[in-house]
Write a protein of this length. Structure first.
Length: 413
């Protein structure tokens, strides 16, 4: 057997690969293909073969050495709240694959990834959520009023979000709680008039941290690529998160006695300069680094791909229209993130990809559509809903096209 793996070591290798599969499903942010490729390459470095069959929250792992095969099941819930773990996990897999440490040493290294101390303190994560929302606000309404109200509302959202780090049961309903708080303050205290834009647009940036646009497009891409189970599960989960936000807004409407007809999303005239709009995405990126725990050494890569997505989308929209421009941006983002993440020591694809993906703002259209429909603005709501479906599909197909343009990863990638 290659590398001299003894069949007596198969039990230890199987246990290690089972934990590695669980960790990659939880922390890496990779889809089924990426997890399977990573586990397979590590098994090969130890002279064994590994095969995985993955669904959204589970996997069947089979490890073979010689004439023996061990099979087990793995369950894991994806968690990308801390992207420093995704970076550390990629570096760990590369190190194990290249140096083939003893299995007890490898297992201890994997445990260190799981117990990695947070790189950002809790107050820093809260500040990151505020900056993340404030940086996004001008993309919704390019006004100083939008920025000011977003800072206030995002601070309300950040507080329970940070507290939920140690309260998993609270985290399950966090989108609902955040939407209730934001809608109560917006409708009960701020009461924006027509000259400030619609209340939906005032609320949206503060809730953007919870809008599952990335899940919607990832689900659509997996369905289009033939991963039916994982795609369908992601799609349902994204819809549940979006509905939590929608119900939370409606609870605020009911408590404050606001007529549902007030849920319009007409935008105020812009009063921000173009340079403020450009700089706001740098604020957004800093907020993302803090809110998601991205290591600072990866911040430059993240910023570059945010502006790449913006530039590609703006250029494409100017030349060939919004839908085609979004397709071009998604394709460029997929190509860049895939190629840049391949060399050893580079941030993983998820870390490079996520910031640029957020700039395409898919999920916000879905929330606007639901609230417009609830407010009785049927034609406007259905228009937003159709835009949402179109853009989600466009981004998913753009991602698939981008992936098809780059060479397939080798077994060591």
């Amino acid at each position: 057997m290659r590398h001299g793996l003894q069949e007596s070591e198969l039990d230890a290798l199987h246990d290690f690969l089972r934990e590695l599969t669980r960790f990659m499903m939880t922390f890496s942010g990779e889809g089924a293909e990426g997890v399977a490729r990573g586990v397979r390459s590590v098994a090969r470095s130890y002279g064994a073969r590994a095969e995985t069959v993955l669904v959204a929250d589970g996997a069947v792992l089979s490890v073979t050495a010689g004439d023996r095969t061990l099979t087990s099941t793995v369950t894991a819930a994806p968690d990308v709240a801390r992207l420093d773990r995704a970076v550390a996990l990629k570096e760990f897999v590369e190190r194990v694959r290249d140096t083939r440490p003893a299995l007890p040493e490898a297992a201890a290294g994997l445990r260190r990834v799981e117990t990695l101390p947070a790189t950002v303190p809790r107050w820093g994560r809260g500040a990151g959520i505020v900056l993340f929302s404030v940086g996004f606000a001008p993309a919704v309404q390019p006004t100083w009023y939008e920025i000011g109200t977003t800072a206030l509302l995002a601070a309300l959202v950040a507080t329970p979000t940070v507290l939920s780090d140690r309260r998993p049961r609270l985290a399950r309903v966090l989108p609902l709680l955040a939407a209730v708080l934001v809608s109560l303050v917006t409708l009960g205290l701020l009461r924006p008039g027509h000259d400030h834009g619609g209340p939906v647009l005032i609320m949206l940036p503060a809730l953007f941290f919870f809008v599952p646009g990335d899940l919607f497009s990832a689900a659509t891409a997996e369905l289009a690529a033939g991963f039916l189970t994982t795609g369908a599960v992601r799609l349902v989960y994204a819809l549940v998160l979006l509905l939590q936000l929608y119900v939370g807004v409606l609870i605020g409407v009911a408590v404050t006695g606001t007529p549902t007809g007030a849920l319009f999303d007409t935008a105020q005239d812009a009063d921000l300069s173009r340079w403020v709009l450009v700089a706001s995405w740098a604020v957004f990126t800093v907020g993302m680094v803090l809110a998601f725990g991205v290591p600072w050494r990866a911040a430059g890569w993240v910023t570059a791909l945010v502006y790449l997505s913006l530039g590609a989308q703006a250029a494409g929209t100017a030349l060939i229209g919004e839908v085609a421009g979004t397709f071009v941006a998604a394709m460029a983002l997929a190509v860049a993130a895939d190629l840049l993440s391949r060399p050893a020591g580079r941030p993983p694809r998820l870390v490079l990809f996520l910031g640029g993906f957020f700039t395409l703002t898919v999920g916000s259209l879905g929330l606007r559509a639901f609230t417009s429909l609830a407010g009785g603005h049927v034609l406007h709501g259905f228009r937003d809903l159709m835009d949402f479906v179109t853009i989600v599909t466009t981004i998913a197909v753009g991602l698939l096209a981008g992936a098809a343009l780059v060479p397939a990863r080798g077994e060591r990638d």
